[in-house]
Design a protein around this ligand. Structure first.
Ligand code: HEC
Length: 112
């Protein structure tokens, strides 16, 4: 049983590394990412970042519509934080982080 759980976790990790999970954005994942961005993450991204799709106008961090960060860049800053932006490594699980990444890339056309 333990082995099954571990291999499932490894498969998810591998998919994340290969970027396969980003290719498979579902509407549900984007909805979740948007909700986290606007209010569910603590602190919510919207407090500090402007993102038109989310209706946010925060000015503490960079304007994400202009920055158009790609998936790897968003994932890195979520895990490590940057300046006054906190790391979300302890407050968000992998699924939630991937949902935010997919949503921000989708909303900004990042990485294109
Ligand atoms: C307390 C304010 C604050 C919150 C909350 C916050 N950020 Fe940031 N964020 C910043 C600041 C400030 C920077 C820029 C730091 C710098 O350039 O020195 C930044 C940078 C970024 C960057 C650019 C990273 C890079 O490589 O340049 C991305 C992408 C980003 N934030 C996304 C998010 C997302 C997604 C969330 C929500 C999960 C979030 N931020 C929450 C303040 C915040």
């Amino acid at each position: 049983m333990k082995h099954v759980v571990l291999s499932a976790a490894a498969a998810v990790l591998w998919m994340g590394v290969a970027g396969a999970s980003f290719a498979a954005d579902s509407d549900a994942q984007l909805e979740k990412g948007k909700a986290l961005f606007i209010s569910d993450a603590a602190p919510a991204c919207a407090v500090c970042h402007t993102l038109k799709d989310a209706g946010s106008a925060g000015t503490i961090g960079p304007d994400l519509d202009e920055l158009k960060p790609d998936a790897a860049r968003i994932k890195k800053v979520l895990q490590e934080g940057m300046a006054v932006m906190p790391s979300y490594a302890d407050s968000l699980d992998e699924t939630s982080m991937d949902a935010i990444v997919a949503y921000v890339v989708h909303a900004t056309g990042g990485g294109k």
